[in-house]
Design a protein around this ligand. Structure first.
Ligand code: ATP
Length: 586
């Protein structure tokens, strides 16, 4: 398959502000893609070479890319640098520079997707002392045969900055339409994706074996299952009503979500965002191998720091110090020991348990786990008695927990990978008035700062996630709570996401001075949720012509580890608003 046809579609996708059009272009791309390269096209379209959980990076920095463009076009580096200052995008600079060179090249061979992908793979794996030179040589080889437009996308992918804004979910929609003729199959395809976190694997499975193969797709070792997430409610009465009067109430541990995949060969640990964190927790790896009695298992739990002197569980912040530290892990193991509190099992000895109801899974978990000092089962009670659950809640809080997670025991309480559903409901001690709880929102626009804030942003336009259309609906302008230091670094943090026009996934009535690709998530709190004609969150849902807004929002913290699709949803904000009304009226 010629890379030219991929680049053509990329250009069309980039030029559209309409989501429907974006999906149509993707469908066209997939239909024109032969079966053997559909996985590669899937990765490239989402701006990667491998699924993110593999943690393999291209390791191409601006400087290296500039050198490659200079060498491939026999242009001096200063000229490249100047063009980059003007364009702000090395992809464009590559395109501009190649266009000028055009007439001089005689020996070009058209690039194929295979060429491009294999070369990018080699760039990923170049290591050792000559790695930089190898990467430059490989990139030069590609650019020498690329058209200017192809060069734009090759450079952007190499730098990890393709940013077409194609969400994985949009790609799944396109797969459904391309291979089954409609979006009805999307749910089945999405399930396979949530159980593998691998868009290329899903694309290849459906291309080779049709919908049937996707339906049969199971958990596979090495590919993380996306975690099931919890909804929230503020009163036990509502929780019990939602769960049919009875539930498993469990300690809500405040730590790091960990999925452990155990096989005779090895143990792999994945984070909530499907990163491989095995090397950060060698103590957990050892503890899990000791504690899991089955030959193979995939278990789900929370990793919590523990005070070595008292045995008390400590807050999450303590364990987060371990993340990202490569060298002093051994020291940290001594200083901050952790325990793994397990609450679910998804797979045991070849059997996928995700379609079994929760009570069955929990029983299986108890069967395959031998509790040790380092691995425990989450504390829980099964009850229909509100008094008993309240007492358990108080005990949990006394033990330093954030509250409880109440889980459905119903026959449909299957493991819903990647979904936030009503089968799990969190009940935290901070739920007194609705905005006592924070929300995670996505930055979609910015307003220029004046006076003291000249040179940075005066406020940011923030949006909630709307899974219905995978859009981002605005809910407030955030200008408070930033320290001077936060404000100074904002332009740099947001620069990579600046775009010229409103992003197709953003639904906004306000016109900010700047638009951003929805990417950065921030946690904030406000005084209350009010009706507002200026925002699109829940528009028309409560009152015609009005959406919902958060009044007096203040930044709590940047949430680097959050994807935009993990932000608080429009439905959650609508629910918070409704409960707020209820509180006022009682
Ligand atoms: P979320 O993870 O739901 O997106 P969040 O990071 O704000 O949101 P919380 O609102 O604190 O997390 O609650 C859900 C999280 O609680 C789960 O993702 C899981 O990591 C953790 N957790 C702790 N104990 C349990 C338990 N017994 N069952 C399920 N999850 C638990």
């Amino acid at each position: 398959m010629l890379f030219r046809s991929v680049a053509d579609i990329f250009e069309r996708i980039e030029g559209t502000t309409k989501r429907l059009e974006m999906t149509e272009y993707l469908v066209e791309l997939i239909k024109n893609t032969p079966m053997n390269v559909v996985d590669k096209v899937a990765y490239l379209t989402t701006g990667t070479v491998y699924p993110p959980f593999m943690g393999v990076e291209l390791g191409v920095a601006d400087k290296l890319a500039m050198k490659a463009i200079a060498t491939a076009t026999a242009t001096n580096e200063e000229a490249i640098q100047e063009d980059y200052v003007r364009s702000g995008d090395l992809g464009k600079t590559a395109e501009n520079t190649l266009s000028k060179r055009r007439t001089m090249v005689l020996s070009q061979r058209p690039l194929t997707v295979e060429n491009v992908y294999q070369t990018l793979e080699k760039i990923c794996h170049a290591a050792g002392s000559g790695a930089q030179e190898t990467k430059i040589r490989l990139l030069v080889g590609l650019l020498a045969n690329a058209t200017p437009r192809e060069a734009r996308y090759i450079i952007r992918v190499s730098l990890g900055k393709l940013r077409l804004g194609v969400a994985d979910m949009t790609f799944l929609d396109a797969l459904a339409v391309a291979y089954t003729g409609g979006k009805e199959a999307r749910e089945v395809i999405e399930r396979a994706y949530n159980f593998s976190s691998d868009i290329g694997y899903v694309a290849k499975t459906i291309a080779q074996g049709g919908l049937e193969a996707v339906t049969r797709a199971q958990i596979s070792f090495g590919r993380p299952v996306k975690p099931q997430l919890a909804e929230r409610l503020s009163s036990l009465e509502e929780i019990l009503e939602k769960l049919g009067g009875k539930c498993s109430a469990e300690y809500k541990y405040d730590g790091l979500r960990i999925q452990a995949q155990v096989s005779p060969e090895k143990v792999i640990l994945f984070s909530r965002r499907q990163e491989d964190v095995t090397t950060q927790f060698p103590d957990i790896v050892e503890a899990v191998s000791e504690s899991v009695t089955a030959k193979e298992a995939v278990v789900d739990g929370e990793c919590v720091p523990i005070d070595p002197d008292t045995g008390d569980l400590l807050p999450f912040q303590v364990v987060s110090q371990r993340r990202g530290r490569k060298y002093d892990i051994e020291k940290m193991i001594g200083e901050v020991p952790v325990v793994l509190c397990l609450f679910d099992v998804l797979y045991v000895n070849g059997e996928d348990l995700t379609m079994k109801p929760y009570p069955e899974r929990r029983q299986k978990l108890a069967e395959v786990i031998k509790e040790t000092e380092r691995v425990r089962l989450a504390q829980s009670i099964i009850s229909e008695n509100p008094k008993e659950i309240e007492a358990f809640f108080d005990k949990a809080v006394q033990d330093g927990m954030e509250g409880l997670i109440c889980k459905s025991l119903g026959s449909n309480s299957v493991y819903e990978a990647g979904k936030r559903g009503w089968a799990w409901i969190k009940w935290k001690r901070s739920y007194r008035s609705e905005m006592a709880d924070t929300v995670d929102l996505v930055v979609v626009g910015g307003f220029a700062g004046h006076g003291k804030r000249a040179g940075t942003y005066g406020a940011l336009l923030m949006a909630a996630y709307n899974p219905g259309d995978e859009g981002f609906d605005t809910v407030c302008k955030l200008g408070s709570g930033f320290t001077d230091e936060d404000l100074a670094k904002l332009p740099d943090i947001l620069k990579p996401y600046l775009i010229q026009h409103q992003h197709p996934r953003v639904n906004a009535l306000m016109k900010p001075d700047y638009w951003f690709i929805p990417a950065k998530v921030m946690e904030l709190i406000g005084d209350e949720i009010t009706l507002s004609p200026l925002h699109t969150c829940g528009f028309g849902n409560i009152r015609t012509g009005s959406g919902l807004a958060i009044r007096f929002p203040r930044l709590v913290k940047f949430r680097e580890e959050r994807a935009p699709e993990d932000a608080t949803t429009v439905t959650e904000i609508l629910d918070m608003y409704k409960r707020q009304l209820k509180q006022i009226s009682t």
